[in-house]
Structures are given as structure tokens and as C-alpha cells.
Design a protein around this ligand. Structure first.
Ligand code: BES
Ligand code: MN
Ligand code: ZN
Length: 498
């Protein structure tokens, strides 16, 4: 798909389709009014006929509208004007692109980017529209022996700006949207890829291919090296699998030399069977998504490198497959983590925190400014927040606020949960420094408390994405969240989130 910025009035566009919005009930947006004027109030007439009233999610395709140079006009329902916000905007873009993609049009110009959204700049509207459009055309069909050819006919999407003077700024925002969109697509591909293809080795190869493509450093630590270092918590998780565990470390250096890096750590369990604490069978296939934290940080890394952001970003991916076997870790086993703290592994299904704790300790050697880990860590987080918000924890309030704000800006929200000491007591073990589980209640919090014991030396936040990284049911698939949140956080840091 080719994206571009277009200026000029809608009636003068020579494209296959011009897309304009209609509010409820039958209220034309400004570009639709301009079009209607050129068309001798043809649109008003059609709407009065009752074919469309502007409800959110509704569309109406018109052909050969008089007074226009385009072949088609697509009307997109926007819902009530007073309630039109970021969420509704994304829905309108999604709806338009979906309809276009199923139509015969090969190219289109969207005037939805001119809609007034309180407090959202033109750059925001363009960036967001690009991300959402890219998300909408995403397909994961590489394992279908016959591809659906009727689709993908739409090749070019233009986003409208009011005047020529806006074009340059809009093009910057467009490039940001494309970069973030490509990062999201990578994250979704890796997430959707089944565990027999997406192994720790595949994640390592993906990181190395990115490093090659964009020219940054990437190193992969193998089991013997991790053993020598003392990463026994991570190694304990991989023991039961035929797939060797790895620690992937990449450094993108776009910032000043010597400037402390931001470190992203992503949970890379390529399949979580639970290990000896085996999971029940229902929906176990979805545990191929247990590497979505890893996929997220690689997606963010790709976006960051593609956009050549002026900052230093390091990415650490501890990756392993959690399987039962004669050599697997048993409940009750005690290991010494890289930090020196000992852990009683009471439940082998609480494995994410075990690979993360060693990666978080490893992060210390990069003298980071900030460390953010991303993990499909707990079912309890899904119970708490559902599939709407990612769970956010932080040992630094300023960082928590920045991430919450980035989530708002990206329409990819997180919600903060507490890390109070009262919860730490639940991790007591009679035999080791701590247990790897905290009992039935507050599971997302006790998991985060466990991680907090390994992150005392830097500013740290943890995103539990168990509820947001993928969708179940009829539209099963990776969402690419929270790449957008983190990319916006990086843009804000670089002062580029205009
Ligand atoms: N990967 C799972 C968390 C998960 C479960 C995410 C279901 C999304 C949907 C994690 O490794 C896990 O198994 N967590 C356990 C922890 C428990 C044993 C303390 C959980 O949440 O049940
Ligand atoms: Mn598990
Ligand atoms: Zn897991």
C-alpha cells in the first residue's frame, strides 16, 4: 500500500474514490459540504432519501456523483458530532479502509483527516490514520494455500490536508505513521506465527535480520554463555524443551554517544504449555502468543530504526519454550537467579517472571536511564482489566504518567495498578529468598512485585499485556499492542510527537 498526502478540494480530486464523513443525523462534515455544493446538493438529496443517516460504522458508496472528477464518493458514518473523539476517529478510518478494500477502487483520498478532534493536531490525525489504515489492511495468510485475490485491490491511499502549507508537516507525520505501522505489522506477524515456526531461534534470526537491515548491533547469548553468567532462572524455564533458550540483545544508537539508553525487555515464551504445572487443554493454542512481549519490543525497535529516532534504544529478549519433559524443572525446585537471589519455583507455569528477572538484571550492565518490560504475564491481569487496557506498574511515578499519556495519545491505553509493599509479603518462601507465585488473589500485582525485586537499580515500568496483545474468537489474531503506546512514548521523548 502506498500512502501520500493530498491537498486540494474534494470535488477536484481525480481519484477512484473520495471519502468524506457524515455525522448523525445526516449532517455533512465540511469536506462533504464542499463536495455537495459542487454536486448541486446531490449528497443531501441522497441522504434525505434515507440511504444513510451517519451512524458510526455505516457507509454508502456513490458512483458518478455530478460535479466531481472522481469515480466514486464514499460516505462514512461518524456518529454524533459531540461524541466524536479519538476512538470514533479510528473507527471511521477503519470502516472506510475496509469498505474501500472490498470495493473495486484502486486508490482513494480520505478527507476524514480534516475532521475536527478537540486537542488533536493535524499531525496526530495523519499519523493515527496511517497506523489504523495499515492495521486494517493487515492479513496473516501465509499458511493459506490459496490467497484471496479479490482483496488487496486498493493500492494507494491519500490523506487530505486543507492547504499546501500543511503538506510538509503532514508528510512527517505520515512517515511516522508508516514506520509505526510497519513495526506493528512485524509484531502481529511474529505473534500469529505458530510455535513450530516461531521458536527462540526464529526470534533471534528476526532480530539479527533487523540489525542487518538497519545497521545496528545485535548479539545472541546461547545457553552455555547464560550458564556461565548464572542466568539460572531463565535456563530453568527452557530445560524441558528441545528448543534452546536464548537471550537476544540489540542496541540501536541514534542518540548522543554515551547517552544512557532506554531499555525495552520483552517476554519471549514461544509456547507456554505450563511445563510440569501443565495448563488445561482449552485454548492452549493461544499460548503461542506468549512471546508477544518480545514481538512488541522488536516491533518498536523496527519502528525506531526505520524512523531513525535520535535516541539510544536497547532491546533485550529472553526467549524459551516452556514444556514438560523428563528434564523439565519441577515444582519445588530452587534456582539462583543472575541477581544472586534464590527462587523457589512452586509453579512452573509462572515462567514469564523467571526469564524476565534474569533479563532485568542483565539490563543493569547497560547503565540504563529507564527500563520497560513488556509481557503477557498473568491471566489475573485479564481478569482485572479485560481486553481494553494493558496493566501498568512502575517504581517511578513520572515514568508511569509518561506511559499513561503515551497510551492516551496512541489510542492504546494502559491503566496503572499498585506495587505496594503489602503485596510483597505474598511472595514469601520457607526455603528460598522468594517463591515465584503469590497465591490466588492479586496475581497481576504479585507478579509485578516479583519483578520489582530485580529492578531496584533503575527507573522501571512493567506492562502486562496478557489481555491486549491478541484477540480470541472469530477474529483471533495478534493486535500489535502496545507497539503504538511505546512508539508514542519514544516520539514524545525525542520531541517529535507533534
Ligand atoms: N502466559 C501466562 C499468562 C496468560 C494466561 C496470559 C492466559 C494470557 C492468557 C503465564 O505464564 C501464566 O501462566 N501465568 C499464570 C501464573 C500463575 C501460575 C501464578 C496465570 O496467570 O495463571
Ligand atoms: Mn505460564
Ligand atoms: Zn507465560
Amino acid at each position: 500500500m502506498k500512502f501520500s498526502i493530498k491537498s486540494g478540494s474534494p470535488e477536484k480530486q481525480r481519484s477512484a474514490c473520495v471519502v468524506v464523513g457524515v455525522f448523525e443525523s445526516r449532517k455533512l462534515s465540511a469536506p462533504a459540504q464542499a463536495l455537495d455544493k459542487a454536486a448541486g446538493e446531490y449528497l443531501e438529496k441522497v441522504l434525505r432519501g434515507g440511504d444513510m443517516d451517519g451512524k458510526a460504522g455505516s457507509t454508502l458508496m456513490l458512483h458518478q456523483v455530478p460535479g466531481t472528477l472522481c469515480e466514486r464518493v464514499l460516505l462514512v458514518g461518524l456518529g454524533k458530532e459531540k461524541e466524536f473523539r479519538a476512538r470514533e476517529y479510528a473507527r471511521a478510518i477503519r470502516c472506510a479502509v475496509k469498505t474501500l478494500n472490498d470495493s473495486g477502487a484502486t486508490d482513494a483520498v480520505l478527507y476524514l483527516t480534516l475532521l475536527d478532534l478537540r486537542k488533536r493536531s493535524l499531525a496526530w490525525r495523519i499519523r493515527q490514520a496511517t497506523i489504523v489504515a495499515r492495521e486494517t489492511i493487515y492479513r496473516f495468510d501465509r499458511f493459506k494455500s490459496k490467497q484471496d485475490e479479490a482483496r488487496h485491490r486498493l493500492r494507494r491511499i491519500g490523506f487530505a490536508v486543507d492547504k499546501r502549507a500543511d503538506v510538509a508537516a503532514a508528510e512527517v507525520a505520515l512517515a511516522q505513521g508508516i514506520g509505526i505501522g510497519e513495526g506493528i505489522a512485524l509484531t502481529r506477524d511474529l505473534g500469529n506465527l505458530p510455535a513450530n515456526h516461531c521458536t527462540p531461534a526464529h526470534l533471534a534470526a528476526t532480530a539479527q535480520a533487523l540489525a542487518q537491515e538497519y545497521g545496528f548491533d545485535c548479539e545472541v547469548l546461547e545457553a552455555p554463555e547464560m550458564e556461565a553468567l548464572g542466568m539460572n532462572a531463565l535456563l530453568a524455564v527452557g530445560r524441558g524443551s528441545r528448543q534452546a533458550p536464548k537471550l537476544i540483545v540489540a542496541h540501536y544508537r541514534g542518540g548522543k554517544e554515551g547517552e544512557a539508553p532506554l531499555v525495552l525487555v520483552g517476554k519471549g515464551i514461544t509456547f507456554d504449555s505450563g511445563g510440569i504445572s501443565l495448563k488445561p487443554g482449552a485454548d492452549m493454542d493461544e499460548m503461542k502468543y506468549d512471546m508477544c512481549g518480545a514481538a512488541t519490543v522488536l516491533g518498536v525497535l523496527k519502528a525506531c530504526a526505520a524512523l531513525q529516532l535520535p535516541l539510544n534504544l536497547s532491546v533485550i529478549v529472553p526467549t524459551a519454550e516452556n514444556m514438560p519433559s523428563g528434564d523439565a524443572t519441577r515444582p519445588g525446585d530452587i534456582v539462583t537467579s543472575l541477581s544472586g537471589q534464590t527462587i523457589e519455583i512452586l509453579n512452573t507455569d509462572a515462567e514469564g517472571r523467571l526469564i524476565l528477572c534474569d533479563a532485568l538484571t542483565y539490563a543493569e550492565r547497560f547503565a540504563p536511564k529507564t527500563v520497560i518490560d513488556v509481557a503477557t504475564l498473568t491471566g489475573a491481569c485479564v481478569v482485572a482489566l479485560g481486553h481494553v487496557a494493558s496493566g501498568l506498574f512502575a517504581n517511578d511515578e513520572a515514568l508511569a504518567h509518561e506511559l499513561l499519556a503515551a497510551g492516551e495519545a496512541a489510542n492504546d491505553r494502559a491503566w496503572q495498578l499498585p506495587l505496594w509493599d503489602d503485596y510483597q509479603e505474598l511472595l514469601k518462601s520457607p526455603f528460598a529468598d522468594m517463591a515465584n507465585i503469590g497465591g490466588r488473589w492479586g496475581g497481576a500485582i504479585t507478579a509485578a512485585c516479583f519483578l520489582s525485586r530485580f529492578t531496584k537499580k533503575y527507573e522501571w515500568a512493567h506492562l502486562d499485556i496478557a489481555g491486549t496483545a491478541w484477540k480470541s474468537g472469530a477474529d483471533k489474531g495478534a493486535t500489535g499492542r502496545p507497539v503504538s503506546l511505546l512508539a508514542h512514548y519514544l516520539l514524545q521523548h525525542a520531541g517529535l510527537a507533534l
